[in-house]
Design a protein around this ligand. Structure first.
Ligand SMILES: NC(=O)c1ccc[n+]([C@@H]2O[C@H](COP(=O)([O-])OP(=O)(O)OC[C@H]3O[C@@H](n4cnc5c(N)ncnc54)[C@H](OP(=O)(O)O)[C@@H]3O)[C@@H](O)[C@H]2O)c1
Length: 324
């Protein structure tokens, strides 16, 4: 069978090859074999391949944190009723291969009325957006800022915050050439390529600063964003698209603000199956309603993974890996 293999840490388009490998064996701990139907290409895949999490990434490995597979074989101790079901195999990479062996306890059945394409994107971004908004958009929050406003999760954060009556200021970097699909949905959209954007965000918030900012960029950008948050407010830091950490000392320059780190992986691994299922149910409802749906702009077969990886960062929407 074919698998995409990240050989070593490095620029993703040059260190990932599609190779022929032996299918994995079903272990005795209740595993299933999935025929992968579709997978996604997300920044978290590319960041992991590049070596950003070197201490917990062993090479070579098969990337792909998100995808949908059909159960074609169940091992001993795995529920037989999973056979033939479409499932999301959560908790591990390895979705960029034709067949994946996964523990049954980490497989979550996809409802029949959800398309494979929608289900592919039901996990990483919707669950992160739901959890961050649950935690940080409490009753006192009136105005929020969201960077990466053209990103999939940026749009989902906006929709969830808006549903709570919170004004949302979107920030775009221009790094990808993407445009916010419906600018009117945001209370304002600010370009961070324009000097003084931090003051502009503060001005738009009414002068004091936003109550909470959701940051997937990091670096100097996050330091400026901290200054656009009112004293007592929070920066929820969940991504590193700039490739740089928030500079040490940023909080000293903006006393009274707090930084909260968010990592979906940590929460999912500490949650029960029932808790994860309840979040997925909310995600499917949001997808059906449109608020958590992800725009897909293209698909390519696994053997073209290098092209997919190269195209993903500037594509108009998400790209799918298919398994013809
Ligand atoms: N911590 C977690 O558990 C967790 C969970 C889910 C997602 N995330 C993170 O959320 C982020 C967005 O994910 P996604 O799947 O929604 O991404 P996406 O749809 O592929 O969009 C990425 C967006 O990032 C912005 N961007 C790209 N390069 C940038 C740069 N060099 N500097 C500043 N902004 C840049 C662009 O937005 P603009 O054009 O609007 O600037 C772009 O639209 C990623 O960092 C991902 O790792 C983290």
């Amino acid at each position: 069978m074919l698998a995409a293999l990240a050989r070593e840490p490095g620029p993703p388009p040059s260190v990932v090859d599609v190779v022929e490998v032996e299918p994995g064996a079903l272990d005795e701990g209740g595993s299933v074999r999935l025929r992968m139907l579709a997978s996604t290409v997300n920044p978290s895949d590319l960041v992991t391949i590049s070596g950003a999490y070197a201490s917990r990434t062993r090479y070579p490995f098969v990337p792909g944190f998100e995808g949908v597979g059909e159960v074609v074989e169940v091992g001993e101790d795995a529920p037989r009723e999973l056979l033939g079901r479409r499932v999301l195999p959560l908790g591990t990479a390895g979705n960029w291969q034709e067949y994946k062996v996964a523990p049954a306890r980490w497989c979550f059945a996809v409802p029949d009325d959800v398309t494979t394409e929608d289900a592919c994107f039901a996990y990483v971004n919707p669950l992160s957006a739901l959890l961050m908004v649950d935690e940080h958009a409490h009753a006192g929050v009136r105005v929020a800022a969201v960077n990466g406003a053209t990103s999939a999760i940026g749009g989902q954060l906006r929709a969830l915050l808006d549903a709570r009556g919170i004004e949302v200021i979107g920030l775009t970097s221009g790094a990808t050439g993407r445009r916010v699909p419906s600018p009117a949905d945001w209370s304002a959209v600010v370009s961070t390529a324009v000097p003084g954007w931090g003051e502009e965000v503060r001005r738009l918030s009414g002068g004091a600063g936003v109550d909470v900012a959701f940051d997937c960029v990091g670096g100097e950008h996050a330091a400026t964003l901290l200054g656009a948050i009112r004293p007592g407010g929070s920066l929820v830091h969940y991504g590193l698209l700039s490739g740089r950490p928030i500079p040490a000392g940023s909080l000293r320059e903006h006393p009274g603000r707090r930084i909260h780190l968010f990592r979906l992986r940590d929460i999912v691994h500490a949650s029960s199956r029932e808790q994860i299922q309840a979040l997925l149910d909310r995600s499917y409802r949001g997808i059906a309603a449109g608020s958590l749906r992800t725009a897909v702009s293209g698909a390519r077969p696994l053997r073209e993974i290098r092209r997919l990886i190269a195209e993903a960062p500037s594509a108009a929407g998400k790209l799918l890996v298919t398994f013809p």
